[in-house]
Each structure stands twice: as structure tokens, then as C-alpha cells.
Design a protein around this ligand. Structure first.
Ligand code: C2E
Ligand code: MG
Ligand code: MG
Ligand code: MG
Length: 281
């Protein structure tokens, strides 16, 4: 009996595994088709400069409008796209689309694009970025490229080389999700980032937890003394805003100023934030 039960359990796990493999295969096929069918779109979230109270940039965030599953968030498909290499053509589409759409915005406003470590393989990234900028007629200074520490974790020599090529084009380089990795501090030493984005997990309890407040303050101080912009991610409340500003962050991103919106709503978002600023002062 015990043996039979064991086999039953094994069979159960096997069926479960098959279902998972099948679901992943379907996701992969759907992802390939999505690029061809034009199901991806970029939404843009405002980033506000503390000193001026004005929008300094919008971060481009990838969305997948699936014909039957509805809007699929990036966390649900980017890991698979990375595993099967599809993030390379998808990432190229993101770069070209973000540059083209940002070229319609006021010239003071930059666009931030997230890069996956996988896009650094193959050595073509700098050429793709250069061609996206040229095609859109966007000044390189208006493009920010966000990377996480995974880029510097593996193949770090070759990736550092790529980062320097990207910097040589005139683009800005940001370290995203700062503080969540294994050795964030050592990455600050390996490359002169233009910006540090402090992960929203530290911002969440910035008003409640003394420890998180101290970390935000320390990172903002460090960034400032290294000549970097420091952005607080995930600011949702006025209380969090007051704290991260007092702690020395120089830029704010989060639902308080706005959620990511489709390209057609970027101008409205700019207007709304301009009015918010007037209301405050
Ligand atoms: P990220 O680059 O750290 O982007 C910020 C994420 O935080 C976005 O989630 C944004 O919607 C969310 N967020 C912003 N403000 C708030 C807030 O006040 N509260 C809360 N709870 N969340 C906030 P999203 O759009 O789901 O993207 C998740 C991640 O997916 C991104 O994190 C980025 O790592 C990745 N991603 C998005 N677009 C791309 C892309 O085009 N390429 C690559 N490689 N990765 C991307
Ligand atoms: Mg980002
Ligand atoms: Mg982030
Ligand atoms: Mg993130």
C-alpha cells in the first residue's frame, strides 16, 4: 500500500510538472507571437525632481496586452523572456519605442529604459542604443539606462566594457533597485553611475522604521557625495515624501505623483503635476 501511495504521489508530481512545463511552453510561444502581433506597449511613470518640483523623466515600463489574458505585468513574463533569450528582441523594441515616443516630449524631460543582463550578451547593445537614438532624433543625454546588479554580477568585465560604451554615447546610467542585491556597495565602486534608485522596500516603512530611515539617509548622503542623483522609488504617501526629502533624496518616483500611463497620457500627467506643484507652494 505504502508503495502504491508513493507511486500515486510521484504520478501527482509528474502531472504537476508536465502542466508547468506545458504552461511555460505556451507562454513562450505566446511571447514570440506577441512581438509580431504588436501586443506590447510602454507605459510611462513620472519622476519628479525635488528641487524644482518638476518632472525630470518618465520611466518606460513594459506592458503586454494579451488577447485573452488581458494586461500581463512584466514580472509575469520578463523572467521567461530572459530565460529563452526573447528579451533581446523585446528589449530592442522597448529601446526604439521609448526613444521615438520621448522625442515628442519637452526637451527637458528624459526617458528611462530598463535593461536586462541578457541584453549585454553578444556585444550589440551599444550599436542598438545608438541606432534607436539616431532613428528617433533623441539627444543621448535624454536617455537613461537602468540596470540592476545582475549586470555586474556575471561577465562583469565584458559588461563594464559595454557600460562604458553606453556612457561614451552620452546616455546616463542608473543603478536600479539599490540595496536589494548582495553587494550593492561594491557595485558603486565599480562604475560611476549617474543615479542611484533606492528600492521601494526601504521607502515603504521610511516613516515607521528607524532602520529604514537611516538606510535611506545614508544612501542619499553617499550618492550625493559621489555626485549622483538619488531617487526614492515607490513613494505613495505625503508622509513618505516628507521623509525621503528630509533624508536627502533628490528625485521622487511613486504612485503619489503618478502611476505608469500610456504614451497618450504623458502630456496630461505633466499638466497635473505642474498644478500639484502650484497647489503646494
Ligand atoms: P523597476 O524598474 O524597479 O520599476 C518600478 C516598478 O515599481 C514598476 O513596476 C512600477 O509600476 C512600480 N511602482 C512604481 N511606483 C510604485 C509605488 O508607489 N508603489 C508600488 N507598489 N509600486 C510602484 P512594473 O511596471 O510592474 O515593473 C516591474 C519590473 O519589471 C521593473 O521594476 C523592471 O525591473 C521590470 N521591467 C519593466 N519594464 C521592463 C523592460 O522594458 N525591460 C526590462 N528588462 N525590465 C522591465
Ligand atoms: Mg527601473
Ligand atoms: Mg526599480
Ligand atoms: Mg524593480
Amino acid at each position: 500500500r505504502a508503495k502504491e501511495d508513493g507511486r500515486g504521489v510521484a504520478r501527482f508530481f509528474q502531472a504537476d510538472m508536465d502542466a508547468k512545463v506545458q504552461a511555460r511552453r505556451e507562454l513562450e510561444m505566446d511571447l514570440r507571437a506577441a512581438l509580431v502581433r504588436g501586443e506590447f506597449e510602454l507605459h510611462y511613470q513620472p519622476v519628479v525632481a525635488v528641487e524644482s518640483g518638476e518632472v525630470s523623466a518618465f520611466e518606460a515600463l513594459l506592458r503586454w496586452r494579451h488577447p485573452t489574458r488581458g494586461m500581463v505585468p512584466p514580472d509575469r513574463f520578463i523572467p521567461v523572456a530572459e530565460q529563452v533569450g526573447l528579451i533581446v528582441p523585446i528589449g530592442e523594441w522597448v529601446l526604439r519605442t521609448a526613444c521615438r515616443e520621448a522625442a515628442n516630449w519637452p526637451a527637458t524631460i528624459r526617458v528611462a529604459v530598463n535593461l536586462s543582463a541578457v541584453q549585454f550578451k553578444g556585444g550589440k547593445l551599444a550599436a542598438i542604443v545608438a541606432s534607436a537614438l539616431a532613428e528617433a532624433g533623441l539627444a543621448p543625454r535624454r536617455l537613461e539606462l537602468e540596470i540592476t546588479e545582475s549586470v555586474l554580477l556575471r561577465d562583469s568585465d565584458s559588461n563594464l566594457n559595454h557600460l562604458n560604451q553606453l556612457r561614451a554615447l552620452g546616455t546616463r546610467i542608473s543603478m536600479d533597485d539599490f540595496g536589494t542585491g548582495y553587494s550593492s556597495l561594491s557595485y558603486l565602486r565599480s562604475f560611476p553611475f549617474d543615479k542611484i534608485k533606492i528600492d521601494r522596500s526601504f521607502v515603504k516603512d521610511v516613516a515607521g522604521s528607524q532602520g529604514d530611515g537611516a538606510i535611506v539617509r545614508a544612501v542619499a548622503g553617499l550618492g550625493t557625495s559621489l555626485g549622483m542623483i538619488t531617487t526614492a522609488e515607490g513613494v505613495e504617501t505625503r508622509e513618505q515624501l516628507a521623509r525621503v526629502v528630509a533624508d536627502g533624496c533628490t528625485e521622487i518616483q511613486g504612485y503619489l505623483f503618478g502611476r505608469p500611463v500610456p504614451a497618450g497620457e504623458v502630456q496630461d500627467t505633466l499638466e497635473r503635476i505642474r498644478l500639484m506643484d502650484k497647489g503646494q507652494n
